[in-house]
Design a protein around this ligand. Structure first.
Ligand SMILES: [Zn+2]
Length: 442
């Protein structure tokens, strides 16, 4: 297949061919220092003028969509793509739900104790609200978009063993996708990763390496493994294809919104790769003349893990140890810091911090008002939207998307403080009658 793309360093702008394994720009990587966000992340560049010529302007997006967006992806065809259903996840209109009636005493939480309706969006809102539910991917997280592309590229290039460092989701994702493709996977995780994610990795047959350390320790070890044994590394941002896989959500959003650009997208941020991926997707459409403006991308971080937002305007990056219930976005040194900062700068990105308590509150609200149960990192995006909404920062008439990046079943322990599983009751009507009356106001 003729190579239809190349890589460009986002820092020094050196170009690299697309037909070889390449991670960070070697020139910039040599200058990187421990504890600092890496320089040398590579951006994938396509021959936009040639792609534009493939169809008349008004028909170009439909043509690309029919072709699985292959002209904008670094693979030759769909034969290498996993047979699992990747992406094409539902986009729900949130304003329809004001539901989730909660009666007193149903749980141990402060939310909903007074009864009444739980809202995340309301028919009274003067803006439109959508939830993009990426927990519907095969391994129940957004990360499948990146894993699928990395795995497909590996297949096309005769690579059979892949390695990744992960807080849990990227690892369980790569393990699952590799299982579906007949590839071997080695996953390096902090030993404290949630049980569900560790279980997934082992069930999919990957080699699990839990390390006594943080995600950042796992990241460094996986790079060393990759360099010594030649395993293809899927680490987020380190492998430029992770950004390309994640950008596909932007194409879907544009399609699902009937060829309209949303005004705001609330994105949970750890390393910043999902943010950069969403930005790259819309940027591709901008370069092709399919859209004429970019959405405002809102980076949402947990207060306890806010190294990206806190360093956006500082001269020297200072990493504080992360501590948050949102494990998927708990990152000390964001690997995609410089590209995310550049995206925010160029396209007027915004940012908001949310506390763990705000995440827990949003988690209950979202589940009860919509039937969507998302993991804490994903709910952080919803908490960010609720904060904007509370402060009147969402303009009337605007279209707003909350990106839900992972299933709540991924981390059940995180929400246990918000609920209370009732004590066992005798299985007779007399025993449960008081309980029923209390909950249903009979
Ligand atoms: Zn460079």
């Amino acid at each position: 297949m003729p190579v239809k793309y190349h890589f460009e360093c986002v820092d020094c702008h050196l170009e690299y061919p697309g037909d070889k394994v390449v991670y960070l720009c070697p020139v910039c990587e040599a200058l990187n220092k421990p504890g600092q966000p890496p320089r040398g992340v590579l951006k994938t560049v396509y021959p936009y003028e040639r792609i534009k010529a493939l169809a008349p302007p008004g028909l170009l997006f439909d043509m690309l969509e029919r072709d699985h967006f292959l002209p904008l992806l670094p693979i030759g065809g769909m034969n290498s793509w996993p047979w699992l259903h990747i992406g094409e996840t539902p986009l729900y209109q949130g304003n329809k739900w004001t539901g989730g009636r909660v009666n007193p005493g149903t749980d141990g939480s402060s939310e909903g104790q007074k009864g009444g309706m739980v809202e995340v969006g309301s028919e009274n809102d003067d803006f439109e609200l959508f939830f993009k539910d990426d927990s519907q991917n095969p391994t129940f997280s957004f990360k499948d978009r990146a894993s699928a592309l990395v795995s497909a590229w590996a297949r096309e290039n005769g690579i059979s063993t892949l390695v990744a460092a992960s807080t849990g989701n990227a690892g369980s994702s790569l393990a699952g996708i590799c299982a579906s493709q007949g590839q071997r996977a080695m996953i390096v995780v902090p030993a404290a990763a949630p049980l569900a994610k560790l279980t997934q990795i082992l069930m999919y047959g990957a080699v699990l390496v839990p390390v006594k350390g943080t995600y950042d320790d796992a990241f460094e070890l996986s790079v060393q493994i990759s360099k010594k044994y030649g395993f293809y590394n899927r680490n987020t941002a380190y492998n430029p294809l992770t950004i390309e896989g994640k950008k596909t959500v932007s194409f879907e959003l544009f399609s699902q919104l009937n060829h309209q650009v949303p005004d705001r997208i609330f994105i949970p941020v750890g390393d910043g790769v999902i943010y950069s991926g969403v930005c790259k997707g819309f940027e591709d459409l901008l370069k092709l003349g399919i859209i004429s403006r970019m959405p405002v991308l809102v980076a949402v971080q947990a207060e306890g893990s806010s190294n990206l937002i806190n360093n956006l305007r500082s001269k020297k990056f200072v990493a504080r140890p992360s501590r948050t219930i949102a494990d998927s976005i708990s990152v000390d040194v964001p690997r995609c810091f410089h590209l995310t900062a550049a995206c925010m700068n160029e396209y007027h990105g915004e940012s908001v911090l949310v506390s763990d308590q705000e995440i827990l509150n949003a988690s209950l609200k979202l589940s009860r008002a919509t039937g969507l149960f998302a993991e804490p990192a994903a709910v952080a995006a919803c908490a960010g939207m609720l904060k904007y909404r509370g402060q009147g920062l969402i303009p009337a008439g605007s279209k707003n998307v909350v990106l839900l990046t992972g299933s709540g079943l991924k981390d059940l322990s995180a929400v246990q403080s918000s609920i209370q599983i009732p004590n066992p009751m005798e299985p007779d009507l007399d025993s449960v009658e008081t309980y029923i009356k209390k909950h249903f106001s009979i």
